[in-house]
Design a protein around this ligand. Structure first.
Ligand code: SAM
Ligand code: SF4
Length: 356
């Protein structure tokens, strides 16, 4: 039986960097046994790996939050259908196209449409919106994040012009999944959707919250094992943040430090993956943007939703959507990036199979 000691894990970090494949027990040690110096060593290698793959450019995606209605009841999310405190809105196709035009004028080359599973924004409606964006903007990347849909729906989205899809698996452990979601939802279904998206050729994003209620470090190891199997092109990890009106409203938020640790570990394991410095990280921590990037993230997703709805997409409390989080303030974002030696990369930022 291998023994792990506090302060003796530099070799494990090197092994992850050099070989990628490490044992399950090694992952657990990396998540639980690193000293502050070892964490700094890991962070530095992760940021070097990101730089060697992406240079000093940080990709930007214009995020439109298309609906705050959701038929689902995830226990952690402020948009859950039973949350009577949630303010609801849904954007029209014209409003979404206006957001894209605004994003185009600002230089964005990826549009992300994210929302709850709104029955009124059904498969046909989403397909039509994607087709219209594609007609107007033939060169842009279109990313969808509109939850679990049928294979036929995903095919229709793809054929209408969508290139990428974000659907976090949330947790690989089915028992943990059942403590975060009502019984009608299942982790297995979520994973099937992810498999389908990959098979259909989407650049696929998965991921999980860090510090969600009842999560253990063993769960995060299972999550990483799952990501190894799926091999996603994009990975989103952000801290859990409580949302008023939900069953977890009084639970503690996830740890910024653990989130950064997981970002760095994922960067070493998935050097080419597109990993955002999430809004949740920036919401919990003043310098979350900088910290995320210096931990190995290489994407940010400024908000371009209409001003009158932004506060209503409240998936968790105090979610940031202005200042550097706002698409209208790209100059502020660039300034902050410059201070830490980075700059905005206006390219589409597709996953590149040819990178190392
Ligand atoms: N409905 C779609 C879905 O579930 O995939 C897209 C929108 S959903 C709000 C996007 C992501 O937000 C979820 O995958 C979840 O990980 C994250 N999220 C929801 N509630 C959160 C919370 N309280 N704290 C942090 N992240 C949260
Ligand atoms: Fe709906 Fe997504 Fe929130 Fe779950 S996480 S309630 S599916 S918006």
């Amino acid at each position: 039986m291998k023994k792990y000691f506090l302060g003796e894990n530099y070799a494990l970090i090197d092994a992850l960097y050099e070989q990628k494949q490490i044992e399950q027990s090694d992952w657990f040690a990396l998540l639980t046994m690193l000293t502050p110096d070892e964490k700094e060593y890991l962070r530095k290698i992760a940021s070097d790996v990101a730089k060697s793959n992406f240079g000093n450019g940080i990709y930007i995606r214009a995020l439109t939050e298309i609906s705050s209605y959701c038929k689902n009841n995830c226990f952690y999310c402020g948009l859950r259908t039973s949350n009577s405190l949630a303010e609801r809105y849904r954007l029209t196709k014209e409003e979404i196209l206006d957001c894209c035009s605004e994003g185009d004028a600002m230089g964005f080359n990826t549009f992300v449409l994210q929302g709850g599973e709104d029955p009124k924004q059904n498969d046909e409606w989403i397909t039509d919106v994607v087709r219209s964006i594609r007609e107007k903007f033939p060169e842009k990347a279109i990313t969808l994040s509109v939850g679990e849909r049928s294979k036929e729906a995903y095919m229709a989205f793809r054929d209408a012009g969508a290139n990428r899809y974000l659907l976090r698996h949330e947790t690989r452990c089915d028992e943990h999944y059942s403590r975060l979601h009502p019984a009608v939802m299942s982790g297995e279904k979520r994973r099937e959707c992810l498999q389908t998206l990959k098979e259909l050729g989407f650049q696929t994003g998965s991921g999980m919250m860090i510090g969600s209620p009842f999560q253990t470090m063993e769960h995060i190891v299972e999550d990483i094992m799952f990501l190894e199997q799926l091999n996603p092109e994009m990975i989103g990890v952000g801290p859990f943040i409580p949302a008023q009106g939900t069953p977890f409203a009084k639970y503690v938020a996830g740890s910024v430090e653990n989130t950064l640790l997981v970002v760095s570990l994922l960067r070493l394991r998935f050097p080419k993956a597109l990993i955002p410095a999430t809004t949740a990280l920036s919401t919990l921590c003043e310098n979350g943007l900088e910290k995320g990037i210096l931990a190995g993230a290489n994407v940010v997703m400024p908000n371009i939703s209409p001003a009158n709805v932004r506060k209503k997409y409240s998936i968790y409390d105090n979610k940031k959507s202005y200042g550097t989080e706002s698409a209208q303030q790209l100059h502020l974002l660039d300034k902050r990036l410059n201070v830490i030696g980075y700059h905005i990369d206006y390219g589409r930022g597709d996953y590149d199979n040819n990178k190392k």
